[in-house]
Write a protein that binds this ligand. Structure first.
Ligand code: 2NE
Length: 270
C-alpha cells in the first residue's frame, strides 16, 4: 500500500491512501507514549481529517508493530499534567478524545502490541478496533498514580459492562487479543502481517456506504451517552439535512426577498 504524506509532523505520521487517512504515533522507542506535542499534532491532523473532503475514514495507530500507544509519557509528566516545551502542564488528550468521538467520519483503531493506559482509552473511543494477535490491552492508572474517569471509565463500562470495566481499572491486569475479543473490546483479531490489509478492507466497506448514513449513525450512537453534547451533534446533523430542503430554503429566501414565507406547499408527513 502506498501512503502519501498529507502533512509532516515531529511525533506522528499523517498519510493518505485512497480516501483513508492514517494517523500514526511515531515514538516506537517509548511504545508510542504521547507527549503534549504528540497530542497537539494528532488534534491538528484530526482537524484536517474533518475538513478534507478527500478523507472518508480515519485509521489511528502507532508505528513499529510493538505498540499502538502506551499512554501519557511518564518522563514528561510534571506538576499538574504532561509538560511540553512551553512548560505548561496539559491533559490535552481529553480534547483529542472528544474529537475522535465527534468527527462525522468513522475512526478505526488499528492495534498492534500494547494499548495501555491513556493509549488504551484512545482505542476504546474509536468507532471500531481491529487488533493484531500480539495486541495487549489494559489500564495502569492506579499503578502509576493516574486515572481517566471520563470516557476512559464510563464509555469503557458501556463497551465491556460495569463489572469488567471495574476489573480492568482496579486490577490493572493485561488482556490478550482473544480476551479483548471475547469481552467486546475489539471487533476483530488478525495475524500481525494481515493487520493493515484487514483494516483497509474494513475502511473500504465503510467507504462504499452512504456518508450521510454513517454520519447520522455515529452521532446517533453518541447521542444517548454524551448528554447535551451528544444531542447537539445529532441535532446539528438534522439541521444540516434540513438546510438541504426546499422548505428551509423558502424561509431563507423569503427573508432575503423581504416577503412573507409560504410554507403551505410543503408536505406535513404523518
Ligand atoms: C507498556 C508496557 C507494559 C510494556 O512493557 P515492556 O517491558 O514490553 O517495555 P518497556 O521496557 O517497559 O518499555 C520500552 C521503553 O518504552 C518506555 C519504557 O520506559 C522503555 O524505555 P527504556 O527503559 O528502554 O528507555 N515507555 C513505555 N511506556 C512508557 C510511558 N507511558 N511513558 C514513558 N516511557 C514509556 C510498559 O512499558 C508500561 O507499563 N508502560 C507504562 C504504561 C503507563 O503507565 N502509561 C501511563 C498511564 S496514565 C495515562 O496514560 C493517562 C491517564 O491515566 C489519564 C489521562 C491521560 C493519560
Amino acid at each position: 500500500v502506498q501512503w502519501e504524506t498529507i502533512k509532516e509532523y515531529e511525533e506522528i505520521l499523517f498519510t493518505l491512501h485512497e480516501g483513508i487517512a492514517k494517523i500514526s504515533i511515531n515514538r516506537p522507542h517509548k511504545h508510542n507514549a504521547f507527549t503534549p506535542l504528540t497530542v497537539t499534532e494528532m488534534i491538528d491532523a484530526m482537524h484536517i481529517c474533518r475538513e478534507d473532503p478527500r478523507i472518508d475514514v480515519i485509521i489511528l495507530t502507532g508505528e513499529g508493530g510493538k505498540a499502538f500507544c502506551s499512554g501519557g509519557d511518564q518522563s514528561v509528566r510534571g506538576h499538574g499534567g504532561y509538560i511540553g516545551d512551553d512548560h505548561v502542564p496539559r491533559l490535552n488528550v481529553l480534547d483529542l478524545q472528544r474529537m475522535i468521538r465527534s468527527i462525522p467520519k468513522a475512526v478505526i483503531a488499528m492495534v498492534a502490541g500494547w494499548a495501555i493506559g491513556g493509549g488504551h482509552v484512545l482505542h476504546v473511543i474509536c468507532d471500531l478496533s481491529i487488533a493484531a494477535e500480539n495486541a495487549r490491552f489494559g489500564q495502569t492508572g492506579p499503578k502509576v498514580g493516574s486515572f481517566d474517569g471520563g470516557f476512559g471509565a464510563s464509555y469503557l463500562a458501556r463497551v465491556v459492562g460495569q463489572k469488567k470495566a471495574r476489573e480492568i481499572w482496579f486490577l490493572c491486569d493485561q488482556y490478550d487479543a482473544q480476551e479483548a475479543l471475547q469481552m467486546g473490546l475489539v471487533n476483530k483479531v488478525v495475524p500481525l502481517e494481515e493487520l493493515e490489509t484487514t483494516t483497509i478492507a474494513w475502511c473500504k466497506k465503510i467507504q462504499e456506504k452512504s456518508p450521510l448514513s454513517i454520519r447520522m449513525l455515529k452521532s446517533s450512537f453518541n447521542a444517548e451517552l454524551d448528554g447535551q453534547a451528544g444531542i447537539q451533534e445529532l441535532a446539528g446533523n438534522a439541521t444540516l439535512l434540513y438546510y438541504l430542503s426546499e422548505e428551509a430554503k423558502e424561509g431563507q429566501n423569503s427573508f432575503l426577498e423581504k416577503r412573507k414565507p409560504d410554507f403551505s406547499k410543503f408536505p406535513k408527513f404523518p
